[in-house]
Design a protein around this ligand. Structure first.
Ligand SMILES: N[C@@H](CCC(=O)N[C@@H](CS)C(=O)NCC(=O)O)C(=O)O
Length: 208
């Protein structure tokens, strides 16, 4: 049995962010399906793991941790394999800045504001203008950080790329997302090469 359990859902953006790190670092783990979106709400046993009722939560023996950025930082420090944090302190700061932007501004607008109504609910008519405006600011910022390079920070994959990919992938499934991405050439190229990574392919779900 694997020593690591990840409580989450394959379709969940944040679960996938952690799974990408686990796959990149080639860490063995078990995904324990935990549905926090069901009609009966968050399962009580999951509230004991995370009082905020969110997924994912990572468990390694007696060590339990939630909050995706903290989980991935732990995995990167505690396990060998590919380094997902730059050595340079300014690049580390940039990586953390990008993760902050994604958590604070991108997730809600791209996923809940655009992907969920348009793709999950198949609602082609309701207005998503406000979310598009917010998502557009995020894409502009990310495009600036990429600046024509292959990765958001430095010259190798970091936790910033892994944090961005599941959100931007869901965004790209909606027509408005496609349109927005087509206006950002570096991000478009980044998406193309990132979605070809083994870690991305290994973590596919029913939603792509
Ligand atoms: N700040 C949390 C956010 C995690 C999060 O929002 N996860 C979503 C799934 S992608 C969730 O659990 N949503 C349930 C809800 O909103 O009630 C983290 O970084 O892990």
């Amino acid at each position: 049995m694997s020593t690591i359990q990840l409580y989450g859902l394959a379709e969940s953006v944040y679960t996938r962010i952690v799974r990408l790190a686990l796959e990149e670092k080639e860490i063995d783990y078990e995904l324990v399906e935990t549905n926090v979106f069901g009609e009966s709400g968050v399962p009580p046993e999951h509230l004991e793991r995370n009082p905020f009722g969110r997924i994912p939560v990572l468990k390694q023996e007696d060590f339990l941790i939630y909050e995706t950025q903290a989980i991935n930082a732990y995995l990167d420090e505690a396990f060998s394999g590919i380094r997902l944090t730059p050595a340079d302190v300014r690049e580390q700061a940039r990586m953390n800045q990008i993760i902050g932007i994604l958590d604070s501004y991108a997730y809600m607008s791209m996923v809940w504001g655009i992907f969920v109504p348009r793709v999950m609910f198949g609602d082609a008519s309701s207005s998503v203008d406000e979310a598009v405006e917010r998502a557009s600011v995020c894409l502009q910022a990310l495009e600036g950080f990429l600046d024509g390079r292959d990765f958001l920070v430095g010259d190798a994959v970091t936790l910033a790329d892994l944090h961005a990919l599941p959100m931007l992938f869901y965004l790209s499934q909606a027509p408005e997302g496609q349109q927005l991405l087509s206006e950002h050439a570096s991000l478009n190229a980044w998406m193309e090469q990132s979605t070809r990574r083994r870690s991305f392919i290994q973590t596919r779900s029913a939603n792509g």
